[in-house]
Design a protein around this ligand. Structure first.
Ligand code: SF4
Ligand code: SF4
Length: 301
């Protein structure tokens, strides 16, 4: 997509190509547009407990820290339970425009993700479908994601250099084997880059989440941003690491460090600076979650 193909429209004070479908997936998505986050909400369906990699900042008892606030375990739903929940929420909250799958593990490592998306396409074709992933299985999943109308994809990408990646990932599960060290980091990176390229080609709106880890990848984040801008990624989200597991000794970045990193990356790619670090079962507007009330009152889940 180039700005020459469409007329332009203003989003968050900036001019972007105006394709009505693309524009809706930005203007009604609270993570893709700061303006939208005051008006519209999202619901996450926690149908995906398994993960196929091990990040050194992740304790698997908790939600995926790429998209979630750790320390709270989600109730994992079956695809059928998820559908019941969507019916309930769509009836009650007309401002919910996005249905996302963000864990608590990696959505693409769980067949329940695809069954959920299939059910959603049948009964709820209109809301924006969104998914976040570590990217390991993105190339192999892209056809199904397209078939089920997933138009917004987030990939957590913490390094574009395997020498840095190997410090971040303990292992990567690939074709029935656990790949460690450089081998695992190289495989993950190759899959992530291929998947991002394929998603952009299919006009999915790609968001990158990069976990900012002082002493590990902080000197490298601008390079990631530059590369992602060149590849046609829509927006870039920086998430300060939460010191857990093998990175429990790391002092997390301050809000000032995060802001400085966004400023350094902003010449290369649009920045998402309003991330609320949501749980993988979050429902509502960002920072105004209503999932506790919903889960309490929905007797069938
Ligand atoms: S991708 Fe998410 S769930 Fe998987 S190890 Fe990393 S942080 Fe944990
Ligand atoms: S964690 Fe950030 S990017 Fe993900 S849904 Fe919440 S606000 Fe959006």
């Amino acid at each position: 997509m180039t700005s020459g193909e469409y007329p332009t429209a203003m989003v968050d004070g900036k001019e972007i190509p105006y394709d009505p479908d693309v524009l809706r997936r930005i203007q009604e998505h609270p993570c893709y547009s700061k303006d939208a986050c005051h008006k519209f909400g999202r619901m996450h369906l926690a149908v995906a407990p398994k993960c196929n990699i091990q990040c050194n900042y992740c304790v698997r008892d908790f939600d995926c820290v790429n998209e979630s606030r750790p320390g709270v375990c989600s109730k994992v739903l079956s695809p059928e339970q998820a559908l019941v929940l969507v019916r309930e929420v769509m009836n009650k909250f007309s401002y919910i425009k996005v249905i996302g799958i963000a864990g608590p593990g990696d959505p693409l490592a769980n067949k329940e993700t695809f069954e959920t998306l299939r059910l959603l396409k049948e009964e709820f074709p209109v809301p924006i479908k969104c998914l976040s992933t570590n990217g390991l299985l993105l190339p192999e999943s892209i056809d199904l994601l397209e078939k089920y109308d997933v138009g917004n994809v987030t990939v957590t990408l913490n390094a574009i250099d395997p020498a840095i990646g190997e410090k971040i990932y303990s292992f990567v599960e690939w074709e029935g084997k656990k790949l460690h060290g450089r081998e695992g980091a190289e495989r993950l990176l190759a899959q992530q880059m291929k998947g991002i390229e394929m998603a952009v080609e299919r006009k999915m709106l790609v968001k990158i989440n990069t976990v900012l880890i002082p002493g590990i990848n902080d000197h490298h984040v601008v390079e990631i941003a530059k590369k992602m801008g060149q590849m046609g990624v829509y927006t870039f989200n920086i998430i300060p690491v939460i010191p857990l597991y093998k990175f429990s000794h790391i002092t997390p970045p301050t809000l000032g460090d995060k802001k400085a990193m966004h400023d350094a990356c902003s010449p290369y790619i649009r920045q998402m600076e309003h991330c609320a670090r949501c749980r993988s079962d979050a429902i509502g507007k960002l920072g105004k979650d209503v999932q506790d009330e919903i889960y309490r009152n929905c007797s069938s889940i």
